[in-house]
Design a protein around this ligand. Structure first.
Ligand SMILES: [Zn+2]
Length: 462
């Protein structure tokens, strides 16, 4: 096979010798013995045995399944400072939040940097290459938390979509959070605009894009929801929030607004393809159909839904209605672990539980974790796919050793049924963030030590 013209010169990097390359491209090509060629941070070719171009560097992928990098569409990175916090481990969503808000009110730039660094590193080890973050706790005098997070992502080399979260309804106004972590609407809107102009990159291979993200119907005013949607329209950035997370929220919205959560969402001007929402466990059939018409995306968070006892999200129905569905690990304090491999596996298992064994397979979960996530973030074709022109974000998953002995006929199913599994190599923009199962950044031990010190202070009340 002769390489195409743009592969005549040596490429920067060649990932070669894979057991299987699952491209998740428009034809869903799966190439045994495949390779992926990278130049200047983008994929310039994907092919099979015999056709690989010359390369300055070759990364061997023998025994590996190669997939697009997984895309995390919902997270609260700062919450890894309160993982498995004992007083909240048996709480439902509202109880869990009210226990933790006073502790989170200590968030500052150092804590935001350390939690983002640790959280994004953890995600890279689990095969994630692009992550969002929903940072909605902005304590007075906390500093520029989102800029601190972006610094952590840049140090690690992760593609990052921070969202400017917000809360404006405190306990005295009938909301859940204490006064110390809410801001007024105008302060939130002007800081949102500042962060977009400072960090938002519109280029196709952008490493940072910013979205706007009021926390939920029970922590912001309808006025802020409406004004945020208008601001996102004017700045041409995306919108994110929690929606239809459990039946408590249904009751709250009916009581306070006289409408169901999705009706309120539409009422405040959010219905459209600019928005993606986290959880979406409780929409009814008519609401699912409306979401499909709007093109509003959903971040499916299987582990979080399980651990909070929230219920089974109607993933198959949402996808059938045309809703873009991505995967989210959600905040570490609810899901406690940030592995998108595990979220993909849980998505597959919950799909089977809801609709039967034949309904959902590893390929459905892989699709949600890659293309689905890219669609939620408005990055179809740019990330979440292995094809010429896309960002060189990919993962080599080792399908060997004890856990994979005997798995011979379907590497994609084996990938999610066997395990547990971490990435052998995780490449973002063609650069290894994880190589041979280890983070390439030299500061890991130091950052984990500093993170532990801050978490200790928070949890002891020091
Ligand atoms: Zn969340």
């Amino acid at each position: 096979m002769t390489p195409p013209a743009d592969l005549e010169d040596p490429v920067d990097l060649l990932v070669a010798g894979a057991e299987l390359v699952a491209t998740v491209d428009d034809e869903r090509r799966e190439i045994a013995g495949g390779w992926v060629a990278v130049r200047a941070g983008r994929i310039v070719g994907v092919g099979g045995p015999g056709g690989a171009p010359a390369a300055r560097r070759v990364l061997r992928a023998e025994g590996c399944l190669v997939t697009p990098g997984l895309v995390n569409t919902h997270h609260h990175l700062y919450q890894n400072l309160t993982r498995a916090y004992r007083p909240a481990t048996r709480s439902n969503l509202f109880g869990w939040l009210t226990t933790l808000y006073p502790i989170w009110s200590r968030l500052d730039e150092e804590a935001a940097f350390l939690s983002a660094w640790v959280g994004l590193a953890e995600l890279a080890l689990g095969g994630c290459t692009t992550s969002t973050d929903h940072l909605y706790v902005h304590p007075r005098h906390g500093g520029d938390l989102i800029t601190a997070e972006i610094r952590a992502a840049a140090e690690l080399g992760m593609r990052f979509h921070p969202t400017r979260g917000s809360m404006s309804l405190s306990q005295k106004d009938g909301g859940l959070p204490p006064d110390s972590v809410v801001q007024d609407d105008d302060e939130i809107l002007s800081d949102s605009e500042r962060l977009v102009s400072l960090h938002h990159d519109r280029a196709p291979d952008a490493m940072v894009r910013v979205a706007l993200a009021p926390c939920s119907p029970f922590s912001v005013t309808p006025r802020l929801m409406r004004a945020t949607a208008e601001l996102a329209e004017r700045l041409d950035v995306r919108l994110h929030t929690h929606l239809a997370e459990d039946t408590d929220e249904d009751r709250y919205c009916l009581e306070v607004y006289g409408r169901r959560p999705l009706e309120q969402f539409e009422e405040v001007g959010w219905a459209g393809s600019r928005a993606w929402v986290a959880h979406c466990i409780c929409p009814n059939a008519a609401e699912i159909e409306r979401m499909g018409r709007w093109g509003t995306g959903v971040a499916h968070c299987p582990s979080s839904n399980l651990i909070l006892g929230g219920g089974l999200a109607p993933v198959q129905e949402l996808r059938a209605a045309g809703v873009p569905v991505g995967l989210g690990c959600d905040g570490s304090a609810s899901a406690d672990s940030a592995s998108l491999w595990m979220e993909a596996r849980n998505a597959m298992l919950l799909g089977k539980l809801r609709h039967g064994a034949a309904s959902t397979g590893a390929r459905d979960a892989l699709e949600i974790a890659t293309r689905g996530g890219a669609a939620c973030l408005g990055r179809d074709g740019e990330i979440g796919v292995l094809r010429a022109g896309a960002a060189a974000d990919l993962v080599c998953w080792p399908l060997d050793g004890i856990a994979f002995a005997g798995a011979l006929t379907d590497p994609v199913e084996a990938w999610l049924r066997c395990g547990p599994l971490a990435a052998r190599h995780t490449l973002v923009a063609g650069r290894p963030v994880v190589e041979d199962g280890v983070l390439t950044h030299p500061d890991v031990d130091d950052v984990v030590r500093r993170h532990r010190a801050v978490a200790g202070e928070w949890q002891s009340g020091a």
